[in-house]
Design a protein around this ligand. Structure first.
Ligand code: SAM
Length: 247
């Protein structure tokens, strides 16, 4: 069972999450110190098995075998919903392929909370997780994204970002996606210093060029405005429509 845990505020650990954890034979977790600390505060003792990016590929078949023999595991990540920029996908895939029933206790997720607080269109949205940390690959990824937008994607974009990279990422986004794109920086969600700063990519980049960004950050970028089609594109669209039998 996939069990969501808090992204900051411990009050967000649901009763159902706690009872699933208590009932499990073992808790699969990224970092046993983080999960152990969370469970100790709730007075829950559990057997923990580390599952992270470095051992998931080798652990998944063994764990699935144990599930097939009747063991019940709970998967948690350090914070929020497992698999959302966190380990677990390979295990879930392997369990499904082996015919093991997978269920979930839903709960906190920074991307969805940031999206709902952003004031930007909530759907369609595209969750992109972390961009590459280095400026070259990050610029290339943003360029690729802009290409997809030009081909017709119009969706709100949601990213995770580290505080020390926020200023340069916002500047790169303003350059690649457009300085006038509406956006929001959601910081420290569910915590004492929760803040959502809304503006254009250009204005947010200018703000964080001098202001220090602290804590955990989620970035939301509004959809690209529909581009006015040039004559060649209109020609192509017309040809495609005629080929499809439309008039
Ligand atoms: N699985 C998690 C979830 O459901 O949101 C996210 C895990 S991902 C490895 C961690 C990243 O999520 C952080 O670096 C940050 O970008 C974002 N994040 C996590 N907690 C946050 C919070 N309280 N406020 C804003 N962003 C947060």
């Amino acid at each position: 069972m996939l069990v969501a845990t808090p992204i900051g505020n411990l009050g967000d650990l649901s009763p159902r999450a706690l009872s699933a954890i208590s009932a499990a034979d073992a808790v699969l977790c990224e970092d046993s110190r983080v999960t152990g600390g969370l469970l100790a505060r709730q007075g829950v003792a559990a057997t923990m098995i580390p599952l992270h990016d470095h051992n998931e590929a080798t652990q998944a078949p063994r764990l699935v075998q144990r599930m097939k023999s009747g063991e019940c595991f709970v998967l948690v990540s350090d914070a929020g919903t497992p698999l959302m920029s966190d380990p677990g996908y390979r295990l879930v895939r392997a369990a499904i392929e082996a015919g093991v029933t997978v269920s979930a206790v839903p709960g906190p997720n920074a991307a969805v909370m940031a999206l709902s607080l952003s004031g930007l269109p909530p759907h369609p949205f595209l969750f992109l997780g972390f961009l590459p940390a280095k400026s070259g690959p990050r610029g290339a990824e943003l360029g690729r994204l802009r290409g997809i937008e030009k081909a017709g994607l119009s969706a709100t974009l949601v990213f995770y970002e580290a505080p020390h990279r926020l200023a340069e990422t916002l500047a790169a986004m303003a350059e690649a996606l457009g300085a006038d794109r509406p956006a929001a920086v959601a910081r420290e969600l569910t915590k004492r210093f929760e803040e959502v700063r809304r503006g254009t990519l250009g204005a947010l980049a200018a703000h964080y060029a001098t202001a220090e960004a602290r804590g955990e950050i989620c970035l939301v970028v509004g959809p690209a405005a529909e581009e006015a089609a040039g004559p060649e594109e209109l020609d192509d669209r017309l040809r495609a429509a005629l080929a499809a039998g439309l008039s």
